[in-house]
Design a protein around this ligand. Structure first.
Ligand code: 13P
Ligand code: SF4
Length: 351
């Protein structure tokens, strides 16, 4: 597997993440007051706005949103929204993707500082240099990338359709897959394709969920199912544990966030171990209230997702900020890659 220069070591937890939501002070903007949800809904109606929230958002933000889902499902909803304004409660690349797909709509993100360490791990300049080393290769980029990287990309993918997107490329064609090394390794493993070259990027939150934590949690809960996001550093260990018989193979599922919600609503297990960002647990409990969902790492919190506080969402609707813009030429080039993505594979999950 070809890998770009090594990135700095990742911490086992996000040092910049806020203190756990459960211990948040009443005035820190994360705990809404009694009338907040009503005010936000009324403002959204006045502004002709649809509120979209990713599965990692704070519980109050998920509960007030019109749609909650994974990045693929939210992209699809953004592309067909009837409202004139989209308020994207997620991170910046997701709001940018909504703008690329809906250039005539106003797209707002409640806090424009909500970035993504994975998107930062591959720049357009680096991608151009990588393409120059492999003329004729097809570029598949995870949707966690900037608009400038998407503009250099042939087809985007998300965690819910990465395997199908790469499988749709001719078998003899070299694929440059970036930026996530763990998702890339998952695609290579499932498709048994050596001509998928993988960039060495990673998400600091998921890379911090490691195989040792997974093995210890699985050993402590031998009857539990395991849901693992493919961005996790432990995705390989989950498959290894299954292969070695430490965890029955039929209990290990490598899933996007939307697919986790769908699996939860169908599970017969009483306990499920969840290896992804902790915000996910809220949607899983809503989907299957009788099931005990336990995070493999309860400190795996994304500081960027958590910048979208209830206070920031209300301010966004009052002040119509922060508006997301994408240069029209870049957007036009990026749109081809994103549209090809939403035409391939399963729909992604959203309510
Ligand atoms: P999904 O595509 O599974 O929603 O994941 C997006 C993401 O940012 C994971 O960290
Ligand atoms: Fe990016 Fe990781 Fe946060 Fe997802 S969890 S938005 S990949 S930094």
């Amino acid at each position: 597997m070809t890998v770009a220069p090594a990135l700095p070591d990742t911490a086992t937890q996000d040092a910049g993440a806020p203190a756990p939501y459960e211990t948040a002070a009443a005035d820190d903007g994360r705990v809404p007051d009694a009338g907040w949800a009503e005010r936000v809904r009324a403002l959204a109606r006045q502004r002709d706005a649809v509120i979209l929230a990713h599965n990692y958002q704070l519980p109050a933000v998920q509960d007030v949103a019109d749609h909650v889902g994974d990045s693929l499902a939210l992209s699809r909803i953004a592309a067909t929204a009837s409202q004139s304004t989209i308020v994207f409660c997620g991170v910046h690349f997701m709001a940018e993707t909504a703008k690329i797909l809906s250039p005539d709509r106003t797209v707002l993100i409640p806090d424009a500082r909500a970035g993504c360490s994975l998107a930062d791990s591959l720049t357009a300049e680096q991608l151009r240099a990588w393409k120059a080393e492999h003329p004729g290769a097809v570029v598949v980029s995870y949707v966690n990338t900037t608009a400038a990287v998407k503009a250099e990309t042939d087809i985007c993918c998300t965690s819910s359709n990465a395997v199908e997107v790469v499988a749709s490329m001719p078998a003899d064609r070299t694929v440059l897959f970036g930026p996530d090394q763990f998702l890339g390794a998952h695609v290579r493993r499932v498709l048994r394709r050596d001509n998928v070259l993988v960039w060495g990027g990673e998400c600091h939150v998921h890379a911090g969920i490691n195989g040792d934590q997974l093995a210890a949690t699985a050993a402590a809960h031998p009857d539990a199912e395991l849901y693992v996001h493919p961005e996790c550093g432990c995705a390989t260990s989950a498959l290894y544990l299954a292969g070695a018989g430490a965890v029955p193979a039929d209990r290990v599922r490598i899933l996007s966030t939307g697919d986790m919600v769908q699996a939860a609503s169908r599970t017969r297990s009483r306990q499920v171990l969840v290896a992804t960002e902790v915000g996910m647990i809220h949607q899983l409990r809503r989907a299957a209230p009788g099931v005990d969902f336990l995070p493999v790492n309860d400190r795996a919190s994304c500081r960027y997702m958590k910048m979208i506080t209830p206070r920031a969402l209300e301010r966004s609707l009052v002040e119509l900020r922060d508006e997301v813009t994408v240069d029209p030429d870049t957007a036009a080039r990026a749109r081809r890659a994103v549209q090809r993505m939403i035409e391939v594979g399963t729909p992604g999950g959203a309510e």
